[in-house]
Design a protein around this ligand. Structure first.
Ligand code: SAM
Length: 268
């Protein structure tokens, strides 16, 4: 179990991961299609929020999904069983000590994991080891510095900065999306291709307001309230003001923008 995980393992966090994955499925997954018979390792699958889309989009690929949290894996397994997917197996594993032979997977997929690790290059090198030559690694990360919204609000920005700071204090990096290209090169991957995936939400997109702005992003910021106040990063009054003003961006006349980064890199 990772103790230093800024979002924690609560039921609310599990629900937030599902809202995030469900809302973003087409934006992030439409171009990840693995061929029949391909072996795919999903590292850090959590509660299976992305696993279900991997399994649905590549029904004839053989997916192995691992996580360090046995409790999260149990939820992932239950979800995949409920949905009737037969092409996924689950295993508890630390991605830094993977229980697989070198060069045993055709593809690796990792989503929203590197941002929580103090040593993402080492993580990528460990994933590269289990990849066959010619295989690909797909990595998706967010970047909280890519957030902008209307109406603008310094207090709202301070709440987001609290999340960035708390994650950094735990050894993570929530600005990692913009760094995927240099990280992948440093880990020895060939020709990484990075594509920014921007989420733009205005009053004409009520499903995105609910699924992304409120239930994914604002819920994630709200999750560090107590930690940020205890660390004296912000006062309770300034926090309430900031969250209130951040929520204004999800009103019918508000606008919210965020960019995810998806990279596909090859092992020579
Ligand atoms: C933010 S969650 C993302 C889960 C999932 N990929 C998703 O997008 O919904 C990060 C996950 O990485 C897992 N994790 C962190 N460090 C890990 C490690 N060293 N090995 C395996 N999993 C790890 C955590 O347990 C957690 O489930």
């Amino acid at each position: 179990m990772v103790e230093a995980y800024v979002h924690g393992y609560s039921e609310q966090e599990a629900a937030r991961l599902h809202d995030q994955a469900d809302t973003l499925a087409s934006l992030l997954h439409h171009d990840t299609l693995y061929p029949a018979g391909a072996t795919v390792l999903e590292a850090g699958c959590g509660v299976g929020a992305q696993t279900q889309f991997l399994a649905a989009n590549s029904p004839e690929a053989r997916i192995t999904s691992v996580d360090i949290s046995a409790a999260s894996l149990a939820k992932a397994q239950e979800l995949v069983q409920q949905k009737g997917f037969k092409n996924v197996r689950f295993q508890t594993a630390d991605l830094f000590h993977l229980p697989f032979a070198r060069e045993s997977f055709d593809h690796v997929f990792v989503c929203f994991v590197l941002e929580h690790l103090p040593n993402p290059i080492e993580a990528l090198q460990c994933l590269r080891q289990v990849l066959k030559p010619g295989g690909t690694l797909t990595v998706i990360e967010g970047d909280h510095g890519s957030t902008y919204f209307h109406p603008e609000s310094p207090a709202a920005r301070e709440t987001i900065q609290c999340l960035i700071e708390m994650q950094a204090r735990l050894g993570g990096n929530s600005l990692i999306g913009r760094q995927l290209y240099p990280l992948l090169c440093a880990a020895g991957f060939e020709r990484p291709a990075v594509s920014p995936r921007m989420v733009y939400v205005d009053g004409s997109k009520p499903a995105w307001i609910e699924g992304f702005t409120r239930n994914t992003f604002i819920a994630m910021v709200e999750g560090v309230r107590d930690q940020a106040i205890s660390a004296n990063l912000i006062t309770p009054e300034r926090w309430e003001q900031g969250i209130g003003e951040l929520k204004r961006s999800s009103a019918s006349d508000g606008v919210f923008c965020y960019t995810f980064f998806k990279a596909v890199a090859r092992k020579a």
